[in-house]
Write a protein that binds this ligand. Structure first.
Ligand code: HDE
Length: 722
């Protein structure tokens, strides 16, 4: 491999005479910025060496002056002859590829999946059979509705797509952070997406469902209302990609060596616990840091705090499926964990950030049809539509059927077939034979192999050709109700608030009323709250195909019941000024580090502060760039002198009042009271304020923060709760 390095030549300013590149020794290899072996590991990073890099054209011609185009005289016209200029502009003009039609905004990371419990009894897939087997993965998290440049904290479903590079081919589990979907048949997908995305005449609103078209569609689609309940819950406002569950949604099949089939649903359970932010917080985070989620994931991996998810499976046979009160082929239904427990079979660890966002996160192409031998499909009609759509969409987006040659998509096992040519073919077979059968013996190329090859499960098929929706798909409200009653009161309140917010953005009164008519079939109390919040009379309940069943609550459906039990991996904002107490600051940061938490100093100037013992501490954030919404909890530790300035500063007052309004734990330093008073949040209002007057208080404060939020406060700070 040719040597290359990470250094760039210093750019030259206009008007400067170009620095002369040293002449190349005859026959010497030019160092390159690109790893040659891009076929493994999706790596695109430069290798290092001390050799200076010479900039070249795409054809490898060394460039003497990259700062000035070729002109007829210093003030004359630019010459068409300038192939260096033309090639550079040409390439730039073609840098963009179409963004994904859905899930355009996403962020990914590399990692590994390790199997801890063998499913060999159920599947012949090697990745699920050999305990200890480590399989390379790439994961892409995403929002659905917004464009590539939208913000991370939109109220939206999150994509959770995992590519496992198994020894038997790539396996893509293209899931979401919600276990059900809005529709039951793929033919409705374009309508759903048209309705939720920006309205076509005006091109807005961006990245949100709070508009007439979405609620018009949803209110005319009773099957959507289970998912609508999830969408209106805090599931769509995750604190981090690291604190979300992932779900394969559909039933798949596992097929073992004897050809026996078992249905399976896939779950990814975050070891970090579940956690979300509040709507008011999300709105502000979008302004303060639109990249909040990607930055969070990148920083966690960069610091060595590798996020982990356990892979769980719900396994069931046809007999069990027949006894379920719902049709498991209907993607608007889930199987409560109380009914079929989730068996944990392995762990996924994300341990390597992308080093080229485009080559990894943008070019990765997930396809639900990518399954290894031993994994098969159920008859879920949504899944069948997806199996067509994903391959098709990659052709549009990546421009060639050879997208599988791209490093991030290339299997890590041998690939051998007679497919050839096409745009940008990079994996080109050699030899005379490109067909089968052939009689060229050893030189005849690959052959099919019934022993190890993919065998579709021989499911018996019979039916009348017709366009119908199965009658077994027609109970639309029972699981929506089950979800609602499984939430803790504060979570139920958030669902009500979200519905009121969204429907308040809907201009047509009849659409609002039709939406509320569905809520009456889910929970009358919720319907009444929302109608009241909208200032309207209760409508008649929507006509239901089936009466709502009273299903038991399922604790696994609540975020709060499945939260973390420590402050590990969370972030504390510490507000300091010159003269803040060094001993206290040290005690707090030590307690946080012992907890595995991270912290950032927020100060009046980015240069930092000088503590009372003369120590200089750099700030990570200037106050107006580091609002408290960026942190899970805050400590306010100014000096007696410093607090006077903070008490006059709008950003400092917001820091405190937002932390209060968002129910965060607040550590109150000995000198902090004037700032709280000016912010109209006296620091003795509730038990979410903890004294941080002395170093010995630090541990108690960090321990209190394990609860993440002081929820009782919400009932006192929200108009809708009054
Ligand atoms: Fe997708 N979906 N989807 N979807 N989906 C795409 O494929 C589609 C559905 C999901 O990070 C597209 O490569 C149809 C359910 C994720 O690259 C497209 C239907 C679930 C991602 C597509 C669905 C998902 C996509 C757009 C209904 C959860 C992002 C770009 C039949 C289980 C993957 C692309 C990534 C992306 C089609 C429904 C998850 C157009 C037709 C249900 C996570 O092919």
């Amino acid at each position: 491999m040719a040597k290359s390095n990470t250094k760039n030549q210093a750019g030259k300013l206009n008007g400067e005479s170009p620095a002369k590149a040293p002449p190349l020794p005859a026959g010497a290899d030019l160092p390159t910025r690109y790893a040659e072996e891009q076929g493994t590991g999706g790596e695109t990073h430069q290798t290092t060496s001390d050799a200076a890099l010479t900039m070249t054209t795409q054809q490898g011609v060394p460039i003497a002056d990259g700062q000035n185009s070729l002109k007829a005289g210093p003030r004359g016209p630019t010459l068409l002859e300038d192939f260096i200029l033309r090639e550079k502009i040409f390439h730039f003009d073609h840098e963009r590829i179409p963004e994904r039609v859905v899930h355009a905004r996403g962020y990914g990371a590399h990692g590994v999946f390790e199997l801890t419990d063998s499913l060999a009894d159920y599947t012949r897939a090697d990745v699920l059979s050999t305990v200890g087997r480590q399989t390379e993965v790439f994961v892409r998290f995403s929002t659905v509705a917004g464009n590539k440049g939208s913000s991370d904290l939109a109220r939206d479903v999150r994509g959770f797509a995992v590519k496992l590079y198994t020894k038997e081919g790539n396996w893509d589990i293209v899931g979401n952070n919600i276990p059900v979907f809005f529709i039951q048949d793929a033919i409705k997908f374009p309508d759903l997406i048209h309705a939720v995305k920006a309205e076509p005449d005006r091109g807005f609103p961006q990245a949100q469902s709070a508009h007439d078209n979405f609620w018009d569609f949803a209110s005319l689609s009773p099957e959507a209302w289970h998912m609508v309940m999830w969408q209106m819950s805090d599931r769509t406002l995750p604190r981090s990609f690291r604190t979300m569950e992932g779900f394969g949604v559909h039933s798949f099949r596992l097929v073992n060596a004897e050809g026996k089939s078992t249905f399976v649903k896939f779950h990814w359970k975050p070891r970090q616990g579940l956690q979300s932010v509040l709507w008011n917080e999300a709105v502000k985070i979008n302004g303060a840091d639109p990249d909040f989620h990607r930055r969070d994931l990148w920083q966690a991996i960069e610091s060595g705090d590798f996020p982990q998810w356990d892979l769980g499976v719900q396994l069931f046979d046809q007999e069990t499926a027949d006894k379920l009160p719902f049709d498991h082929l209907d993607s608007t239904k889930l199987i409560p964990e109380e009914d079929i427990p989730v068996r944990i079979v392995g762990t996924m660890t994300l341990n390597r950030n992308v080093d080229n966002f485009f080559a990894n996160t943008e070019q990765v192409a997930f396809c639900t049809q990518n399954v290894p031998p031993g994994v098969d499909f159920s008859n879920d009609p949504l899944l069948h539509g997806r199996n067509f759509s994903y391959l098709d969409t990659q052709l549009k987006r990546l421009g060639s059927p050879n997208f599988t040659h791209l490093p991030i998509n290339a299997p890590r096992c041998p690939v051998s077939n007679f497919q050839q040519d096409g745009h940008m073919a990079m994996r080109n077979p050699v030899g005379r034979v490109n067909y089968e059968p052939n009689s060229w013996g050893d030189q005849g190329g690959p052959r099919d192999n019934p022993e190890i090859g993919y065998q579709s499960f021989p499911d018996e098929m019979q039916g009348t050709k017709q366009r119908v929706r199965s009658e077994t798909f027609s109970d639309h409200y029972s699981q929506a109700r089950q979800f609602f009653i499984s939430q803790q009161p504060i979570e139920q309140k958030h669902i009500g608030d979200a519905l009121v917010f969204e429907l308040s953005k809907v201009e047509r009164v009849d659409i609002r009323a039709r939406a509320v008519s569905h809520l009456l079939n889910i929970d009358e109390g919720l319907a009444a709250t929302v109608a009241d919040g909208l200032g309207m009379a209760l409508p008649e309940p929507a006509k239901a195909a089936k009466p709502t069943l009273d299903l038991p609550a399922s604790a696994k459906l609540s975020i709060l019941a499945n939260g973390p039990d420590s402050f590990k991996g969370r972030k504390m904002g510490i507000l300091l000024t010159d003269g803040s107490e060094a001993a206290l600051f040290t005690a707090l940061t030590e307690a946080l580090e012992a907890e595995g938490a991270v912290w950032e100093v927020v100060a009046p100037k980015i240069g930092g502060v000088t503590l009372d013992d003369g120590t200089a501490v750099a700030a990570k954030q200037k106050i107006d760039g580091g609002p408290s919404i960026l942190f899970d909890a805050v400590a306010v530790l100014p000096s007696a002198e410093g607090v006077k300035l903070l008490a006059q500063d709008a950003a400092s007052k917001d820091f405190v009042s937002d932390a209060f309004g968002h129910c965060k734990f607040i550590g109150v330093g000995a000198n902090a009271k004037p700032l709280f008073d000016e912010s109209r949040v006296p620091p003795d209002l509730d038990e979410g304020f903890l004294p941080l007057g002395k170093p010995k208080d630090a541990q108690a404060f960090v321990t209190a923060c394990r609860a993440l939020r002081f929820w009782p406060r919400e009932m006192t700070v929200d108009l809708d709760a009054a």
